[in-house]
Design a protein around this ligand. Structure first.
Ligand code: ZN
Length: 231
């Protein structure tokens, strides 16, 4: 099932409560929250205090993307603030398995994010069985104003193939300049959670969300049709 994740970083902070209610009413599924530490990535992102403040504004899933070196340091504060999913970077963890286990003990779902230059094969079967979501960066993390890297489509397709063998139907998230123009390609390659910032937030959020859903929903119906054809 396709899910739209709206990037909180791009929303207007003056009207966050209102904005969150609007995206929920428009049919968004996740609020995508980018945490950055100024070390793993050059920028600073959203911290637990803001997450805590807005948690009561919406029922949407809080999808926290930790662009943070050794994310275990901050994970507990993010969970206490209201995170539902914590995704850590493969490149940022010395001991990824133990990091994930520690976060899972806090009672939330977990994911692994891969930078554009990290090969999909680093995700072993053991890791894929441990996590809830694979997260593919389609731009370099934490740097503003980049364009979608077209080679990411092949990586998404490879990962979807790996998941089909090991855990069919598992969530595969794409993140990094997803627009009205490339969302269909990303979904067709195998992604089902689509993170988008500017394309959804700039202008009329309700209309943008409905428009992007209208692009991916026919693909969903196509998949259902495929399942029926096999049964
Ligand atoms: Zn992100």
């Amino acid at each position: 099932m396709y899910k739209l994740a709206v990037s909180l970083l791009e929303m207007d902070y003056r009207f966050l409560d209102q904005g969150l209610k609007e995206i929920e009413a428009a049919g968004a599924d996740y609020v995508h929250i980018d945490a950055m530490d100024g070390a793993f990535v050059p920028n600073l992102g959203i911290g637990p205090r803001l997450i805590e403040r807005i948690r009561s504004s919406t029922e949407l899933v809080f999808d926290v993307h930790m662009m943070v070196q050794e994310p275990m340091r901050l994970a507990e504060r993010m969970v206490r603030a209201g995170a539902d999913v914590i995704t850590v970077h493969y490149e940022a963890c010395e001991k990824i398995k133990e990091t994930l286990e520690g976060i899972q003990r806090m009672g939330v779902k977990t994911g692994i994010a891969l930078n554009p230059d990290t090969a999909p094969e680093v995700l072993t079967e053991e890791l894929l069985r441990q996590i809830d979501v694979v997260h593919v960066m389609t731009t370099c993390p934490g740097v503003e104003g980049q364009t979608f890297i077209p080679q990411s489509l092949r990586k998404i397709a490879i990962l979807r193939g790996m998941l089909d063998n090991i855990r069919p139907g598992m969530d595969l998230e794409v993140d990094g300049n997803i627009t009205m123009e490339n969302v269909k390609q990303a979904a067709e390659a195998g992604a089902n959670i689509l993170v988008s910032g500017r394309a959804l937030v700039k202008g009329n959020m309700t209309e943008n969300i409905k428009r992007m859903k209208a692009v991916v929903e026919p693909l969903e119906r196509g998949k259902l049709h495929e399942v029926c054809a096999w049964s």
